[in-house]
Design a binder for this molecule. Structure first.
Ligand code: KG4
Ligand code: ZN
Length: 314
């Protein structure tokens, strides 16, 4: 069964064809990111105008690359939220029109659940239950996943999302947007213990808070006045390390509390090499399994939407 997936929750315009919920036949992503860079964040009006222009061509391209036509599609799956209202409206309207025109069923997918599913694409069927960490630009959440239709939210950020904190710290340091890859790159030549940063505690152990550490970086930068490239690298490494420690620590705590040996990580920040390494090191110590998406599937994409749509409809 071929599923056509559509994803337009933020700046990406994406379409994909996934067979039987796992095999990716095509995945096309067009991003308006360069148009937002000068503003230091996503401008919704720019995002959805670009999606209006791009989506028909992107969907066409996904079908062509899969070597099929619309007649071979059995289900349309689309991100219905959370995300930018205008951007979601473009994707949902398009998906509805396609489904209507061919009398196909249509399924709406939660974007964050899609990120959880991204680690399970092109992989053997997962063993439920597992704990999942979704760590992206808009969200940082822990779930207990008992099935694709049964995902319990254990906790989420009380203020900034982790990716958002990376973006804001990058802006403070003048590293441009998006901040995650820029900070990761600078951190490679920095010392993680050079500056003492730590994430704030939260009343609930499975919630997160990244606003305090972002402000600590701001005050540190103000105190320093002039920063050498080495200072910037040390700040990036120290900030990144503190964030990763919190993400890894809380995820393993949640897995222990829910008595599962599997953690699935997804979302844009899951592309971070240090995060992946720290999870794998801890998995070895705790004799647990940690699954990550392929790097290209950490960012927003429609393959995760098509794949999860299949299981939701099943
Ligand atoms: O999942 P995503 O593509 O979009 C949302 O649903 O939000 O995530 C984008 C976020 C941005 O905040 C970006 O800075 C962050 O993921 N990011 C990273 C890395 N690559 C992207 N953060 C840390 N390290 C990275 N390598
Ligand atoms: Zn996302």
């Amino acid at each position: 069964m071929n599923v056509l997936g559509i994803e337009t929750s933020c700046d990406e315009t994406a379409a994909a064809v996934v067979e039987n919920g796992t095999r990716i036949r095509s995945s096309v992503v067009s991003s308006s990111l360069p148009l937002h860079a000068r503003y230091g964040g996503i401008i919704p009006e720019i995002a959805f105008r670009k999606q209006l222009e791009a989506l028909p061509g992107v969907a066409d391209c996904a079908l062509r690359r899969a070597g099929i036509s619309l007649e071979d599609i059995s289900l349309v799956s689309v991100t219905e939220g959370p995300g930018l209202a205008g951007a979601l409206l473009v994707g949902v309207s398009f998906a509805r029109a396609v489904a209507c025109s061919r009398s196909l069923p249509l399924v709406g997918v939660n974007h964050l659940h899609g990120h959880i599913f991204s680690a399970l694409l092109d992989a053997p069927a997962p063993r439920f239950p597992f704990v999942s960490l979704v760590v992206s630009g808009g969200h940082t959440s822990l779930y207990f996943v008992k099935g694709f239709k049964n995902m319990e939210l254990l906790g989420s950020t009380r203020d900034d999302a982790c990716g958002e904190a990376f973006d804001k710290v990058a802006r403070i340091l003048g590293l441009g947007y998006p901040g995650g890859p820029a900070i990761e790159q600078r951190a490679r030549s920095g010392r993680p213990g050079a500056v003492k940063f730590r994430c704030s505690n939260t009343a609930d152990p499975f919630d997160f808070s990244f606003s305090g550490i972002k402000t600590a970086v701001l005050y540190h930068v103000k105190r320093c006045r002039r920063l050498s490239p080495k200072d910037v690298a040390d700040i990036c490494a120290s900030f990144q390390d503190a964030c990763m420690e919190t993400l890894v620590g809380k995820s393993f705590c949640a897995a222990a509390a829910r008595k599962t040996d599997t953690i699935v990580v997804g979302g844009g920040v899951a592309a971070n090499e240090t995060l992946r390494r720290r999870f794998m090191e801890q998995a070895k110590v705790a004799a647990m399994r940690v699954l990550f998406p392929r790097r290209e599937h950490c960012m927003d994409n429609a393959a995760m939407v098509a794949g999860l749509g299949f299981w939701l409809r099943k």
